[in-house]
Design a protein around this ligand. Structure first.
Ligand SMILES: C[C@@H](N)C(=O)N[C@H](C)C(=O)O
Ligand SMILES: [Zn+2]
Length: 245
């Protein structure tokens, strides 16, 4: 179940988690997981809109670049910091939604069926591990889920919604399409990926919206691209509730 990038060493640099200015970036309101009742209160968190200091600086750089290419456009922050308890809630929720869509009753499926569906969920959602060596990316404050808003305030169409469990979520899903509408979705995804990557982020291989800087996934992807490189992760799990308090 452990993915190769989760074997990468973490040496947390101790940078604080800082709030993302909601005047500077677009956000969806109410927040998608808060709307579902995700238990942020269990971790003493008042908002999902936090990231590590350097991640915020890079996000601001990405938006500055975007606005110099496309005046009036904004990055929309769909999700940022996610405590492990919320990760668990979203994994459970996603599994339940798949069962519902396939008209399967949780009590009537076999252990093997349950395991196979969980594997599908884990292609998109990280395992809600409390083990310090394998933190879910969003629990480190290094990962963000983002999309774009254009100069008329409209969310840019990427061809599939954030969090969809489907091949349409793969960043290059529409890359070779001959339909003009789908070619446009690909161009839009590229506008987002280009400014994020230029600012130092890495993009999740299955999700057009997920980017990170400084976590294990970022280090793994950086090492893959730069042969011989041995990046380690600079951010581990961040907890608002300190142990012993
Ligand atoms: C599914 C999406 N919202 C997401 O954040 N996926 C990554 C891999 C995660 O769970 O950390
Ligand atoms: Zn994500």
């Amino acid at each position: 179940m452990i993915k190769p990038y989760q074997k990468i060493l973490i040496q947390d640099c101790g940078e604080p988690l800082v709030p993302i200015s909601l005047e500077q970036f677009a956000v969806e309101s109410p927040h998608a997981y808060q709307k579902l009742g995700a238990p942020y209160h269990l971790s003493g968190v008042d908002s999902p809109y936090y990231v590590r200091q350097e991640v915020l600086e890079r996000l601001i750089n990405a938006q500055t670049q975007l606005q110099s290419n496309y005046p009036g456009w904004n990055i929309l922050i769909f999700d940022a910091y996610r405590p492990v308890e919320v990760q668990q809630f979203m994994v459970d929720y996603t599994l339940a939604e798949i069962l519902k869509a396939r008209e399967l009753k949780p009590d009537l499926i076999s252990l093997e069926q349950h395991q196979a569906i969980l594997e599908e969920v884990y292609q998109f959602w990280a395992v809600p591990s409390l083990e310090p060596a394998t933190p879910p990316p969003h629990s480190t404050g290094a990962a963000i889920d983002v999309t774009l808003v254009n100069n008329t305030g409209k969310i840019v169409d990427m061809g599939s919604p954030i969090d969809e469990i489907s091949p349409r979520s793969y960043p290059n899903h529409f890359a070779t399409s001959s339909h003009s509408e789908e070619q446009k979705y690909h161009q839009n995804r590229q506008i987002l990926a280009e400014v994020m990557i230029l600012a130092g982020f890495q993009q999740h291989q299955n999700e057009w919206w997920h980017f990170s800087y400084g976590d294990q996934m970022w280090a793994g992807l950086t090492n893959q691209q730069e042969n011989g490189n041995k990046s380690i992760a600079k951010y581990g799990r961040y907890s608002f509730i300190k142990s012993g308090s």
